[in-house]
Write a protein that binds this ligand. Structure first.
Ligand SMILES: Nc1ncnc2c1ncn2[C@@H]1O[C@H](COP(=O)(O)OP(=O)(O)OP(=O)(O)O)[C@@H](O)[C@H]1O
Ligand SMILES: Nc1ncnc2c1ncn2[C@@H]1O[C@H](COP(=O)(O)OP(=O)(O)OP(=O)(O)O)[C@@H](O)[C@H]1O
Ligand SMILES: [Mg+2]
Ligand SMILES: [Mg+2]
Lengths: 256, 256
């Protein structure tokens, strides 16, 4: 049954959506059956896959609130081997309805239950927040993959995130694991990035993926064309990094 | 009495904290009396000014909850002409306590009331979120300055943010104005950035500041040294851009 991986970090703009979209697409291209769920009301992953509102039937929020079954929200074949559940902007309303914390925790787990046999991986793209609501939804994940932008604020946020995940493990989801930290937006010429990469590798209490995502303007251009990186710029360093990461994630899942 | 400017955008990592810290420091260096409030539980602005927990007495969350008067939380003279109210990481607890929306709305306004005569500008650094809680706190601001990273996701988020601010104007704070959008992290050599800059200037319903913040690794290094950019790299393009922005903000405030 599927491994559910949350791509999470409460720090904004560290590459969660870019990683969720491209890792999901690479795993699909490697022949696995993958589902990507956009759980961010900003709907960046939805836009990054070129989906316009007319192609969206139901969204992850409607599914979460139990108003729509998950298969009614599926957009099949957004990329090879990849199905997708889009999100939409209806933030204010959803926040109000989702405050009933208990329903939220079981809602995502229940919504995913019928599909766990249909996929090998379910990836979830998160908003930049760690409020009560998001924390409870982490109860539905098997593991967390943490994109970390190789700059100063990364270090302070990482230890806070690990403390929070330990809290979730104790109170909500003892089976939740941390697959590891993924260094992103690394400019090999910038000493700041190299310093933070070295610091994270030295101090992070857990795995740091060997794959490092370079700073590459192609990765920032791809969403504007609605394509994952391996379609938009298959020979580039961005596609290479995410293909390597997919191999590491496959090895990790195989080892489980 | 002070002009209260919220540095807000729900998209993560667009330069809110970098702008809040450096604009506040530049206004202070220009001879104005400025207060910067870190309203983000991630406490990046607090770290960027080199403040460690031992120098923090009370925080913005304690002030917001009415547990501490604002002057007990003040760290005076973090930079020339600049006082500061730090934040801390106690996110989970604060989220729970702040759900009582009504108290939150008047809390920030009341907390700021005794200080409005002591400063000319009060800048507020926001978390990357637009939930019920943050929306209500916008009721305390006079205006919003919106940092916009010159990349693909900027455009989709901007229209959503403007709709949300219109909602706040109608329901909570009719006097709330949008000072304008500030383009950030612009790499003049990258066509993607140039395209988004042109798109924002063409489509944004409101002012786009003439000042553009370039992508400069010095701006990312400065927080690691606990210094604003005009102290860390006074002759650089980052310091120049934020000094220009300070002049635009002063002209705008003078025109009011
Ligand atoms: N390796 C990279 N090289 C260059 N640009 C990148 C890279 N990764 C991401 N970007 C760009 O940086 C910006 C932030 O990335 P992204 O939106 O994926 O972060 P995020 O963590 O999902 O943000 P949020 O917290 O708002 O959800 C986007 O404009 C994206 O296109
Ligand atoms: N003009 C710039 N050039 C280079 N790096 C920058 C620039 N502005 C900000 N940065 C860096 O980009 C990252 C994101 O910036 P910042 O933390 O200010 O954004 P934010 O909007 O406050 O993020 P969040 O949504 O998490 O609060 C930081 O590592 C910062 O040092
Ligand atoms: Mg995202
Ligand atoms: Mg910030």
């Amino acid at each position: 049954s599927a491994k559910v991986i949350a791509i999470a970090n409460q720090k904004g703009g560290v590459g969660k959506t870019t990683t969720a979209v491209n890792l999901a697409a690479c795993l699909g291209q490697a022949g696995r059956r993958v589902l990507l769920i956009d759980l961010d009301p900003q709907a960046n992953a939805t836009a990054a896959l070129g989906l316009t509102p007319d192609r969206i039937n139901a969204t992850s929020y409607r599914v979460l609130l139990g108003e729509s079954p998950i298969d009614a929200a599926l957009v099949r074949g957004v990329s090879e081997g990849l199905d997708f559940v889009p999100s939409d902007r209806d933030l204010a309303a959803a926040e109000v309805e989702l405050v009933q914390v208990e329903r939220r925790e079981t809602a995502l787990r229940r919504a995913l239950a019928p599909l766990r046999g249909a996929y090998e991986f379910v990836l979830i793209d998160w908003p930049p927040s760690l409020g009560l609501v998001t924390l409870n939804a982490l109860a539905a994940a098997d593991s967390v993959l943490i994109p970390v932008q190789a700059e100063f604020f990364a270090l302070t946020g990482l230890s806070h995130l690990l403390n929070t995940l330990a809290l979730v493990q104790r109170s909500l989801n003892p089976a939740l694991r941390v697959d590891g930290a993924l260094l992103t937006m690394v400019d090999t010429r910038a000493t700041l990035n190299q310093q933070v990469v070295a610091d994270v590798r030295r101090t992070f209490r857990g795995r740091v993926f060997a794959s490092v995502v370079p700073r590459s303007v192609r990765l920032a251009e791809a969403p504007g064309h609605g394509k994952p990186i391996h379609v938009y710029d298959p020979k580039g360093r961005g596609a290479e990094a995410y293909a390597q990461l997919a191999q590491e994630v496959l090895r990790l899942a195989g080892a489980d």
